[in-house]
Design a protein around this ligand. Sequence first.
Ligand code: DGJ
Length: 697
Amino acid sequence: MSVYTEKNLFVLETKNTHYAMAVDCEGHLRHLHWGGKCKVKDYFCSETEERNSNHSGADFAKYEYMTYGGVIYRPSAFAAAFSDGCRQAELQYSDFSVFDEENGSRLEITLKDEEYSLEATLVYRITDGSDIIERSVRIANNSDKDITLNKISSGEFNFPSLKPYISTNANGAWASEFRLTKTPVESGVLTYESRKGNTGHGNCPYFILSQNADENHGGVYFGALAWSGNFRIEISRDFAGVTRAVAGISDMDFSYTLKSGETFTTPSVFCGYTQGFAEMSNQMNRYAVDNILPKEFAKEPLPVLYNSWEATGFDVNCKDQLELAKIAADIGCELFVMDDGWFGQRNDDHAGLGDWFVNKEKFPDGLKPLIDGVKALGMKFGLWFEPEMVNPDSDLFREHPDWAYHYPTRKAQLMRNQLVLNMTRSDVQEYIFNRLDAMLNEYDISYIKWDMNRPFSETGAENLQNPQELWYRHVTAVYDIVDRLKAAHPGLQIESCASGGGRAELGALSHYDMVWTSDNTDPVDRLYIQEGYSMLYPIKCMRAWVTDTNRRERPNDLDFRFIVSMQGSLSLGGNLHEYTKEEIEKSKKYVALYKEIRNTVQFGDFYRLATYENNGFYATQYNDDSQSVVFVCSPATSFFNDRLRTVLFKGLDAHADYCVSFDDCQFTKSGSYLMNVGISLDLTRPFTGKIIRLKRM
Ligand code: DGJ
């Protein structure tokens, strides 16, 4: 892992790849190569020349970070306007620096627009033992006038093949997050985005581009943006067949006024090139744990959590919660979370948001009796908040009607009876921080579920000189409060939730310890959601509840529900009062088993062995040095001729022998046999699953 800088050539060498750039004779930073390693001396930068009256040389060039304007007509990475009316920034190579870091190196290449004293520093960070490159851009205004930034992407990417790539992303909705799509990029611009203020449930803020790839083979390029607000990923294929991507904060209704002497740093985009999707997911899974997640808990397994939302809804009180807590503790849960309903006049979703004071009718003696009770049962206590929101029917709104985003001339549109607080105001930020901080000071709370249940609308922010900055400033204010709460309360874990998976990506995971991926807890649907999530996001952060919802709507065994949820961070969310004795015993058994395998699941190598889409059944494998665990889930159909399914294992030592155990079977086979011949399973019964454990002999 090194950075080569020779003459005007820059090569980032990662574990298996090269990323090469060079400065051309016009002073532009050009992209040369991303992929397998070559001899550094072989890289060179060709001249660009005008081809005809309609195509300049720029049409045929690959640039690292091209600005809007001039003869660039494709999606550009950057656009700025200057105080004299010029809307064309021109960034020319200026200088570079290489920095040694604890576990890698950082290359910074500075481009300058001398005329307007504008600087863009492209930052590339590489890390030992990985192919992931972290990219970001730092913009500096060294002039004495304001500069308006209209588009500030985190990176522009160029891909080598002239043949169309297949783009993998998601097309989701509430309760339907991470539903993977595959789209050929043949012409035009394919855009994935959110315009909702948060990440949203629809598209993912990443690109994954592949050709003839499957889990094990074929080149895969990917780049995941760490940003929890409006984003835009633009993937284009031009007239000459060149595919490019631009990834960053969305430029919709956005601009940022960079004042004299100020800098603006974009969110990071984590990108890489691997052979096959499994290697991509594994590299990002490991990298996120080592480099992205908040440090305090990054390498600690997450506790088994019980959340009372699906059991009690808004109807919470000390007695009922404690009764649930007793059963949850008996089952083996380690953290008891009381969800919505404990504050203000919160009896349903019409009132109370913003009033983060304990509801005295429901908890006459405050939360202490409940928290003491939970702790006496050996569990930690967690609490739900939705800090960015306010109900018009709340004391907060009655006192500060101007604290929600609004336009005086437009009717505020409610969604779930609530409005979005103007988080760009310092008084709003302080109120939220102080209320949560006060609750954490008063009570022994180890975990917060930070929810966010509606998108933005009427986005007026009179407090800002440039109100179009609100999309950016809202997100950084949220990150800042989360960071401050964690700094003030060591040991506090925070989960990101936004009506399920509306804020589940690497930006959130740079601040929160885990995410809630969906309100949909139907186990079959959940497998699709988990598969989509697993593409680029860390397994340990994926909270997965065993609930009852779908026992009613689509009956399926408790075993199956556990087997699905154990593939992430196991959590429980059912109405434990209604569990039979057998169900309690079964839950105990699975929670105990999960504790035996949780390190492997949360930190091991991860393989999608089979998916419903490709194989008609679903199987995942998790390996570490101590063991290997495989979860197999049957199809929803029961065709006789689909009875037998072969599971081929992955990532084993071909020369070692493994003791394989599941159900009542136990046998020994070599790693090579298990990976090449595999085992045959009868999966005729829908909604059933198996947990197969492999121990190296
Ligand atoms: C939406 C979340 O996704 C649920 O888990 C729950 O916390 C509700 N909000 C509470 O209102």
